[in-house]
Design a protein around this ligand. Sequence first.
Ligand SMILES: [Zn+2]
Length: 181
Amino acid sequence: MPIEQLIERYEAGGGHLAKANAEGLAVPPALHTVVLTCMDSRIDVFALFGLQLGEVHVLRNAGGVVTDDVIRSLAISQRKLQTRDILLMQHAGCGLSTFTDEEFSEEIANEVGMRPSWRTHAFRNPVQSVRRDMAQLRHDPFLLPGTRVRGFVVDIETFDLEEVFVDAGAPSVVRTAAAGE
Ligand SMILES: [Zn+2]
């Protein structure tokens, strides 16, 4: 069973390692930054941005989209743990681009007899989704004035990183993962 497997790994040294890795770290993230991204199991956020433990808050959900609960976490992160910047990253080939909100809602309703009260935030185009979520973050009344938000789309095959700008007319900037080779 998968959960038991994880408990075994904890007992085999995971707990010890985690304790050692967290030793001496302050609670507020050292880079005062929050990374919001998709829960996709292939995205190694720490490797991608050369992160160390203790440097950022990482918020992950299906799609890496802005939801009420993301705003809740961001507000706490900013007001209680001194973060300021937000790096938003969604990705091409996301599970959220394989269905529409209406389809998902209908599928669930057919199965359980009622529609969910929440939306899936499904999107077809990750660039457009990032742009909309950035706009939402910039105008959210619960985030601190002056919050810096930058948005990106990562290609899950090449790991090229495309920066997205709120102004739809602005060309996006693509950085390639192979640039350092
Ligand atoms: Zn995804």
